[in-house]
Ligand binder design. Structure first.
Ligand code: BGC
Length: 727
C-alpha cells in the first residue's frame, strides 16, 4: 500500500515536472535519437524493396527497412552493413508479405475466417512466424482487416470477409500469433480500402465517419489493443482524402483516441500516388502531406529520402515531427530485440515440419464449407472415382494469392491425396480454369463410364484473385460450368469441389451436382484435407464468412445491412411472371431485383455438415437488462444425424429502434461445438449489454435503451427471434 503511494506520488511529480517516467526502451530511443543527424533520421523512415544490392544504402544509414528479401545470407549481408558499417549501427527491419503462411501455405485468409476458429488461426500465424523468422523476416504485412462486402474485389481473399465481429476475432488472433513468435504484425489497410466502388481495386470510397466507426474501425482498434506493432495506410481516397495524407485518421483516431505507439508505414508508393489522386502537386508535396499527416515510414515512393531534409529546411515539416516518426520506428526495432540480435542463423531455417503441415491440414479441414449434399457424400473409401477439373492437380494454383514463398513442390494436390484412399481415374477435362477448349471434356465424359462417382475440382487459378484482380463476372471461368454439366449428364453422382479466392456465383453449377464443397484456396495441405472430407474421415464444419451471391450484379450484398423503408416481403413478382403491360405500381414497390429477387444464394454463416443439428430451448436470463448487466443465453444443441461433427453456433442481435438506423442482424458471438452423433449439449453465451453499443446520432459510442431481438442459429438467416429490452 505504502509502496503504491510512493509510486503514485513519484509519477505525479514527474507529470507535474512536465515529463512522464520513461521505461528503459524509451530512454534508449531518446539516447540514440540525440546522436542522429537529420539525414540518418530520414534514412530510418525509408523502406526499400530488394536484397543484397541494398548493402550500400544500409552502410550509409539511408534505409530503415527492406522488403522482399528472404534469403538469410542476403539478409545478414544487409544487416552487417547496417550494424557494423553505418555510423550508429541501427539494425534493419526485414519485412515480407507473409499473408497465409511463409513456406507452409495455409488456406487463404478468407478460408481461415470460414473456420470460425480464432485459436486455430492463431496457431497458423505462429507457424508462419516461426518459418519466416527462421529465414530472417521480422515484420509481416498482415493481417488485412479490410471489411469486404463485394466479391468482385479480388482482395476479399486476403481478409476475413464481411463481418466486423469476425474480423475483430480473426485479426486479433493473427496479431497475437505472429508477435508471440517475434514477427511484427501490420494491421492493413487503414482504412476503408475494401469498400472500393464497384469492387475495382484502388477505387475511391465514400464512407462516413459513422460507417468507419461502426464497421471499418473495430478490427483495427482490436489489433492495436492486441499489441500490433505497425499499421499500413491504404491506397484509397475516402470522401476525397487519401488515407496516406489523412491526419484525422493517423493522428486524431489512431494516436489520440486509440493510443497507438507503434509505427505507421505507407502502402507501396501510396504517398507518391497522392499525385495521381490529385491531392498533391508533386512527390515533394506528397511527402510533406504524408509526414505531416503522421506517416512514419515510406514504402517505395523515394519521396521521404528525397525531400524531407529540404522540407524541414523550408519549415514545411517540423523536425519534432521527424523525431516522432523515428521514435515510432526505433520502438518497433527495440521491441523486436533487433539491437540485441540482428542476425539470422543461416543454418536454422525451418519449413514444412510435421507440426506446420498438421496445422495447415487442420485449417484446411475446418475452412471447407459444404454447400450442398443430396447424400452423395461421403464417398466410400476404395470406390472407383473419376477425378477431373483443372484444379485437381494444380500445385501452384491451390496455394492462392500472395503465396510468394510457398513452394508448389511441397503441395499435396487433391489428385495425389485421393489416390491414397480411392481407386482414381484421372482425366483433367480442362488444362486451367480459364480454358475454353471442350475436347478434354469429351475425354472426361468417356472416362466417367468406368467410374462409380465423379469428383470435379474447379475454381480460380491463383492469379484471378488478390491485389488488382477484380472481376465483373463471378461465374466459373472458361468451360468449367460446361465440364460440370457434362459430368451431370453421365448420370453418375457428381461432387463439385471449388478452390477459389472469393465466393463465386455458382447457382447454375449447384444444380448440376449432388454435392458441393467450397474450399477456397486451401494451401499446401488442401489435398489431404479434401480426401478426408470426401471419404468421411472428417466432416465439414466451415461457415461462410461472406454472403454467396446469385449474380455479380447483386454486389454489394451482405447480411448486416440496414433496413429499407420498403423491405422485401418474399412475395415479389420476378421477371418471367410479370404481366405484359403491367401497371407501374403492380409489383409491390419493395427493394429487390426483378431478375434475381431479394436474397442471396447462401447467407453469411452458412455451411452444412454430414449430420444435422437442432437448436432447442433457447432462453435468455431475463427479458429486461440494465446497461451494466450481462445477458446469459442458454440453449440446447443436438446432433440429430449419424456423424460426430462440429457446429458453429452463432449469436445475432438486432437493435430495433435507434437514433440512427441499425443493421437487421449483427453477429455478436460464435462457438464451435463438437457433438457425437445423437448427443445433446446444454450450451451458453454471455453477452455483456455493453457489447450492444454503437456510434449513435451524436457520434457517441453508447447503448441506447429500447427493444432488441436475439437469435442463436447455424447461420445469419435461420432461427426464431427472442425479444428483450435494455433500460
Ligand atoms: C499491397 C500491400 C502489400 C505491399 C507490399 C502492396 O501492393 O497493397 O498489401 O503489403 O504491396 O508488398
Amino acid at each position: 500500500m505504502r509502496t503504491n503511494r510512493i509510486l503514485v506520488s513519484a509519477c505525479l511529480a514527474a507529470v507535474l515536472a512536465g515529463c512522464t517516467p520513461k521505461d528503459e526502451t524509451e530512454k534508449k530511443i531518446d539516447e540514440l535519437l540525440g546522436k542522429m543527424t537529420l539525414h540518418e533520421k530520414v534514412g530510418q523512415m525509408n523502406q526499400l524493396s530488394g536484397g543484397a544490392w541494398l548493402v550500400e544504402s544500409a552502410a550509409k544509414g539511408e534505409v530503415g527497412s527492406i522488403l522482399n528479401c528472404v534469403d538469410p545470407a542476403e539478409i545478414n549481408a544487409v544487416q552487417r552493413a547496417a550494424v557494423e558499417e553505418s555510423r550508429l549501427g541501427i539494425p534493419i527491419l526485414v519485412s515480407r508479405d507473409v499473408i497465409h503462411g511463409f513456406r507452409t501455405m495455409f488456406p487463404i485468409p478468407l478460408g481461415q475466417a470460414a473456420t470460425f476458429d480464432p485459436a486455430l488461426v492463431e496457431e497458423g500465424a505462429r507457424v508462419a512466424a516461426r518459418e519466416a523468422v527462421s529465414s530472417g523476416v521480422r515484420w509481416t504485412f498482415s493481417p488485412m482487416l479490410d471489411i469486404a462486402r463485394d466479391p468482385r474485389w479480388g482482395r476479399v481473399a486476403e481478409g476475413s470477409g464481411e463481418d466486423p465481429y469476425l474480423d475483430v476475432q480473426m485479426g486479433a488472433a493473427l496479431v497475437r500469433g505472429y508477435q508471440s513468435e517475434g514477427l511484427a504484425a501490420c494491421a492493413k489497410h487503414f482504412v476503408g480500402y475494401g469498400a472500393a466502388e464497384g469492387g475495382r481495386d484502388y477505387n475511391s470510397t465514400g464512407l462516413t465517419e459513422r460507417a468507419l466507426r461502426n464497421t471499418y474501425f473495430p478490427a483495427f482498434q482490436a489489433a492495436v489493443d492486441a499489441g500490433a506493432m505497425t499499421l499500413m495506410t491504404s491506397f484509397n481516397d475516402n470522401d476525397g482524402i487519401p488515407s496516406t495524407g489523412n491526419r484525422w485518421l493517423l493522428k486524431d483516431i489512431l494516436r489520440d483516441e486509440w493510443g497507438f505507439d507503434g509505427m505507421v508505414v505507407t502502402d507501396w508508393n501510396s504517398s507518391g500516388e497522392m499525385v495521381a489522386h490529385g491531392f498533391a502537386s508533386d512527390l515533394k508535396h506528397a511527402t510533406e502531406l504524408s509526414v505531416n499527416a503522421g506517416v512514419d515510414m515510406d514504402m517505395m515512393s523515394y519521396g521521404f529520402i528525397g525531400f524531407i531534409e529540404e522540407l524541414v529546411a523550408e519549415g514545411k515539416i517540423k523536425e519534432s515531427q521527424i523525431d516522432e516518426a523515428v521514435r515510432n520506428i526505433l520502438r518497433v526495432k527495440f521491441r523486436l530485440g533487433l539491437f540485441d540480435n540482428p542476425y539470422v542463423d543461416e543454418n536454422g531455417v525451418v519449413a514444412y515440419d510435421e507440426a506446420a503441415l498438421a496445422a495447415a491440414k487442420q485449417t484446411a479441414l475446418e475452412s471447407a464449407i459444404l454447400l450442398k449434399n443430396d447424400g452423395v457424400l461421403p464417398l466410400k473409401a476404395g470406390r472407383t472415382i473419376l477425378v477431373t477439373g483443372p484444379l485437381a492437380d494444380a500445385p501452384y494454383e491451390q496455394l492462392g494469392t500472395w503465396a510468394f514463398d510457398g513452394q508448389p513442390e511441397h503441395t499435396v494436390t487433391p489428385l495425389a491425396a485421393l489416390r491414397e484412399t480411392f481407386n482414381v481415374i484421372y482425366e483433367p477435362g480442362l488444362a486451367y480454369s480459364r480454358d475454353k477448349r471442350t475436347d478434354g471434356i469429351a475425354r472426361a465424359r468417356s472416362a466417367a463410364a468406368r467410374a462409380e462417382a465423379i469428383v470435379v475440382v474447379v475454381g480460380e487459378e491463383a492469379i484471378l484473385s488478390g491485389e488488382a484482380h477484380s472481376l465483373s463476372s463471378l461465374d466459373l471461368q472458361g468451360a468449367q460450368s460446361d465440364l460440370i454439366a457434362a459430368m451431370k449428364a453421365t448420370g453418375k453422382p457428381v461432387v463439385v469441389v471449388v478452390m477459389a479466392g472469393r465466393p463465386l456465383t455458382i447457382e447454375r453449377d449447384l444444380a448440376n451436382c449432388g454435392a458441393m464443397l467450397y474450399c477456397f484456396h486451401p494451401g499446401t495441405m488442401g489435398g489431404p484435407a479434401l480426401a478426408d472430407h470426401l471419404s468421411g474421415a472428417a466432416v465439414p464444419s466451415g461457415k461462410s464468412p461472406m454472403t454467396f451471391l446469385r449474380t455479380a450484379g447483386q454486389a454489394p450484398m451482405y447480411y448486416n445491412h440496414n433496413n429499407t423503408g420498403r423491405p422485401n416481403t418474399g412475395t415479389e413478382t420476378l421477371l418471367d411472371d410479370i404481366e405484359i403491360a403491367a401497371g407501374q405500381t403492380s409489383l409491390g414497390c419493395t427493394s429487390y431485383y426483378l431478375d434475381s429477387g431479394y436474397g442471396p444464394l447462401f447467407p453469411f454463416g452458412y455451411g452444412l455438415s454430414y449430420t444435422t443439428f437442432e437448436y432447442k430451448n433457447i432462453q435468455l436470463s431475463a427479458t429486461t437488462f440494465g446497461k451494466d448487466d450481462t445477458i446469459r443465453v442458454e440453449y440446447d444443441l443436438s446432433n440429430t444425424g449419424a456423424f460426430d461433427a462440429t457446429e458453429v453456433a452463432q449469436l445475432y442481435i438486432r437493435d430495433l429502434v435507434g437514433s440512427v438506423t441499425r443493421p437487421v442482424k449483427e453477429l455478436k458471438r460464435f462457438e464451435r461445438v463438437f457433438l457425437k452423433a445423437g448427443e445433446t449439449r446444454h450450451c451458453s453465451f454471455d453477452l455483456p449489454v455493453a457489447d450492444l453499443a454503437f456510434w449513435n446520432a451524436d457520434m457517441q459510442y453508447t447503448v441506447e435503451p429500447g427493444a432488441f431481438q436475439l437469435w442463436v442459429a447455424g447461420n445469419a438467416a435461420d432461427g426464431e427471434a427472442l425479444n428483450f429490452n435494455v433500460e
